[in-house]
Design a protein around this ligand. Structure first.
Ligand SMILES: [Zn+2]
Ligand SMILES: [Zn+2]
Length: 101
């Protein structure tokens, strides 16, 4: 093997290592699922999420869209995009406390 060939191989290896490290530093923000309460709520969440991209995959995969009852809060990221009127049931029932935020 010529010196040039050895040098080329070394550069190739370094480049591969660098690409690997770069990929490792990216964070995938894709979802396993996205919750919603009704059509308005879903529209608001989807609109808001369209502004975010996944560093790894480009377009963020929101996963399956899952309907949840009014009293249940959306996943933390999406709570601020929920346009539903506050539900009394959210503050009753005792078990689930959202006040210690
Ligand atoms: Zn991703
Ligand atoms: Zn909602």
């Amino acid at each position: 093997m010529s010196n040039l060939q050895v040098l080329k191989n070394r550069v190739f290896k370094l480049e591969r290592l660098e690409a690997k490290q770069r990929a490792a530093s990216l964070i995938c923000t894709c979802r396993v699922e996205t919750d919603y309460h009704d059509a308005n709520c879903l529209e608001s969440v989807l609109k808001a999420q369209a502004n975010f991209a996944c560093e790894v995959h480009g377009i963020r995969d929101l996963g399956p869209l899952v309907w949840i009852p009014d009293g249940m809060p959306l996943i933390r990221d999406d709570r601020k995009f929920c346009v539903c009127p506050p539900q009394l049931s959210q503050n009753m029932g005792g078990g689930r406390s959202e006040t210690g935020f």
